[in-house]
Structure formats: structure tokens, C-alpha cells
Design a protein around this ligand. Structure first.
Ligand SMILES: Nc1ncnc2c1ncn2[C@@H]1O[C@H](COP(=O)(O)OP(=O)(O)OP(=O)(O)O)[C@@H](O)[C@H]1O
Ligand SMILES: [Mg+2]
Length: 366
């Protein structure tokens, strides 16, 4: 949902490449990734384990650790290259303008401090609030994330809360500084399905209420569809396809995206009529990526001589249907297009019939 008033994306990754430097040498984790997130927008980042989703989020937070480094491209926040910011400017942005919710809530909570104490630190540290103001804001946020009896939660220690309650506390903590951008890295993976549904609903409603932009990382396309406006699909360190939820869910174009849809259960589908089909093989290690398209060895549409040609750019060609290059204009696909006969579009319960433009768009070569 680009903000047509604003010409500057809130977050822009511009041909970003990230590597870890390990004993065996450089391990490229993310290669040449470009994306834009507009103010108020919610973008999902989906892909198999190890494809580089968290690495992107850590890079935005500047938490790549000693082994990780930006080796190419830029991260721009509100138009400013984050590499050009001083340590003090970065510190002000982190936590206040950008906050992150991690997969494991306990890793973000201090086990030896009460919830009230740790929540109050945020407005004291970032907004210079008094202890009374800070505690009152913390209490309000606990109520906002639908935690019953906020006073009891304020006095509790993290181990006295359930996993779902801990994750709500962490979301409240992230929202306390009223960030413009919230990075959510698999925020519900450790939760059971009913608690997960509650947390996902909460994230979607808080987004509406506070206008926070979200980068929502998940393996789960169903969750992404509930929370996000657009989705970028990653494979082996690259974005292979991006578009609005409606477009990508109605007509996934990249064979990897189609493979992902083939292995998720759909709420309305009959298991025997539509058996789940896993994607064969495994993601190759970054050090063993094949020539040409990285998905080639697992792809049913693989064409020798084309998909493994170096001119396939040693990258999987990205399919960008609606990642706008400006708020008002959608980017054109960068390659000639062809529809693969072996990859029919399957009907989805969320498939939009109200998008004739999507139906008439030819498929890109990949
Ligand atoms: N600190 C590190 N040192 C070396 N390699 C790392 C480090 N962190 C991640 N990696 C490697 O970088 C690649 C991307 O990892 P990343 O954690 O970003 O994947 P992911 O998509 O978030 O996976 P998951 O869905 O399992 O969380 C993987 O090959 C991983 O092994
Ligand atoms: Mg991860």
C-alpha cells in the first residue's frame, strides 16, 4: 500500500548483498536483494529455512554480529544510507524508529527483571520519560496487546508467563517506542496454533491502529496473507518473486513459489483431491550453489542449456510484478515472458477473480 504522498520509501534495500565470514571463507547469505517498503505498508518475506530472511532483518537492525557484513549495496532508512550514520544516530534509530520482534520471546526478555521494569526502560531510554509516565505507558501497551490484568503482568517475571503472553509482552515492548518500522522474525513459530492465531490477529490490528510498517518474516504463506499487503519470496539468498498478496497468491509465477503453494494445506481443500507435494531435494549450501538458476536442480521446469547457463545471471531471475519503483508505478518484469505449460495455476480459496489484469499477464521466463 504505497503512500502516494511520499516519494521516499521507509525502508529500501538497494542491491543488498550480505556475507558471513567463517573459517572456510566467505559465505554469501544474501545476494543482490532489492526491495522497498512504503510508510504504513506491510511486506511479507517468505522462503525456506536458510534462505537469508533473518540475515536481512539483522542487517537492517545492524546486528549482523562479528561474522556478518554488508558486501554490496545499501540499506536506506527514510532515504538515508544506514552505513553513513554515526553510532549515535544508529542507536537513536534502533529501538525508537525501528524495532524487532524475534522468534524466541525469551531471548528478548531479561529473566531477572519484572516485566514492568523492563518495559518502562523503553520510554525512559528513548523518550526521556519519568518512571511514572513510563510505567503508565507500559501498562497501557499491555492492555493494547490484549493481555488481561496488566497490573499482574507488570509485576510478573518472564518465566511466570506462557509463551503466548511472553510474545505479546515482546510486541508491546517493540511498540512502546512507537516505531515507524517493525521487523517481525517468525514471531509465532514457537506458539501453538490457537495462540498463534491470536498473535497474528493482534499484529494485524495493531498495524491498522498505529500505522506501523511491517516486515513480516515467516515460512508460512497463510500467515503472510493475513497480515501483509505484499510478499517477497526468497530462495537461496535472493528474491525470486514479489507482488501484492492478491497477485502472488492468485498466480504464483516462479516455480519455487508454486512449489511452496503445493506443500501448504489449504483450509478448504480436500486432502485426497489435493495431496500436499513437497519440493524435491534441498536448498544447496551457499558454497555449492549451481551455475545459472539456484532453483534449477529442484525445478520440474528445468531446461538444460538455459536454466544452467551463466547468462541466467548466476541468479534466479526475480519476478517483480508490483514492487513499485515509485509509489504510483509498478515495476515492469525485467525479462521476456513465457508461461510454463507444466505449471498450471491451481485454484486457491483466496484466489481473486476480480483481477483480470493478473489473469492476462504472461509469465516471465525464469
Ligand atoms: N552468524 C552466522 N555465521 C555464519 N553463517 C550464518 C550465521 N547466521 C546465519 N548464517 C547462514 O546464513 C544463511 C542464511 O541464514 P538465515 O538465518 O538468514 O536464514 P533464514 O531464512 O532466516 O532461515 P530460518 O527460516 O531457518 O530462520 C544460512 O546458510 C545460515 O547458515
Ligand atoms: Mg530466520
Amino acid at each position: 500500500m504505497p503512500d502516494t504522498e511520499s516519494a521516499i520509501p521507509l525502508l529500501e534495500l538497494d542491491r543488498l548483498s550480505l556475507s558471513y565470514f567463517v573459517r572456510a571463507g566467505e559465505m554469501p547469505a544474501v545476494t543482490n536483494v532489492s526491495l522497498k517498503l512504503w510508510p504504513g505498508e506491510s511486506l511479507g518475506l517468505v522462503g525456506e529455512s536458510g534462505c537469508g530472511k533473518s540475515t536481512i532483518a539483522y542487517a537492517v537492525m545492524n546486528y549482523l554480529g562479528r561474522a556478518g557484513r554488508i558486501v554490496g549495496g545499501r540499506i536506506l532508512f527514510e532515504g538515508r544510507d544506514m552505513a553513513s550514520l554515526s553510532a549515535e544516530e544508529l542507536r537513536r534509530i534502533r529501538g525508537a524508529r525501528i524495532a524487532m520482534v524475534y522468534q524466541e520471546p525469551m531471548s528478548a526478555l531479561n529473566p531477572s527483571m519484572s516485566i514492568g521494569e523492563q518495559l518502562a526502560e523503553v520510554p525512559i531510554y528513548h523518550a526521556g520519560a519519568s518512571m511514572t509516565e513510563a510505567r503508565s505507558r507500559a501498562r497501557q501497551l499491555l492492555a493494547d496487546v490484549n493481555l488481561p490484568d496488566p497490573d499482574r503482568i507488570m509485576a510478573a517475571y518472564p518465566h511466570q508467563l506462557s509463551g503466548g503472553q511472553q510474545q505479546r509482552v515482546v510486541i508491546a515492548m517493540a511498540l512502546l517506542a512507537n516505531p515507524a518500522l517493525l521487523l517481525l522474525d517468525e514471531p509465532t513459530t514457537g506458539l501453538d496454533v490457537t495462540v498463534e492465531a491470536g498473535v497474528v490477529e493482534l499484529i494485524a490490528s495493531l498495524r491498522q491502529r498505529f500505522g506501523t510498517s511491517l516486515l513480516y518474516i515467516s515460512h508460512n504463506l497463510g500467515l503472510i496473507a493475513q497480515v501483509c499487503d505484499r510478499v517477497a519470496v526468497m530462495y537461496s539468498g535472493q528474491i525470486v518473486e514479489s507482488g501484492t498478496i492478491e497477485e502472488v497468491f492468485a498466480r504464483p509465477r516462479h516455480p519455487y513459489t508454486r512449489g511452496l503453494f503445493g506443500c501448504i494445506p489449504l483450509p478448504t481443500a480436500d486432502k485426497t483431491a489435493r495431496p500436499l507435494t513437497p519440493i524435491r531435494g534441498q536448498v544447496t549450501l551457499p558454497s555449492e550453489r549451481p551455475r545459472g538458476c539456484y532453483f534449477g536442480p529442484r525445478c520440474d521446469s528445468f531446461i538444460a542449456g538455459r536454466c544452467d547457463a551463466t547468462s541466467a545471471s548466476t541468479t534466479t531471475s526475480a519476478i517483480a510484478r508490483s514492487a513499485p519503483s515509485s509509489p504510483a508505478r509498478a515495476a515492469a518484469p525485467s525479462r521476456p515472458m513465457r508461461r510454463s505449460a507444466s505449471a498450471p495455476v491451481r485454484a486457491r480459496p483466496w484466489r481473486s477473480s476480480a483481477n483480470p489484469a493478473a489473469a492476462s499477464r504472461p509469465l516471465p521466463r525464469c
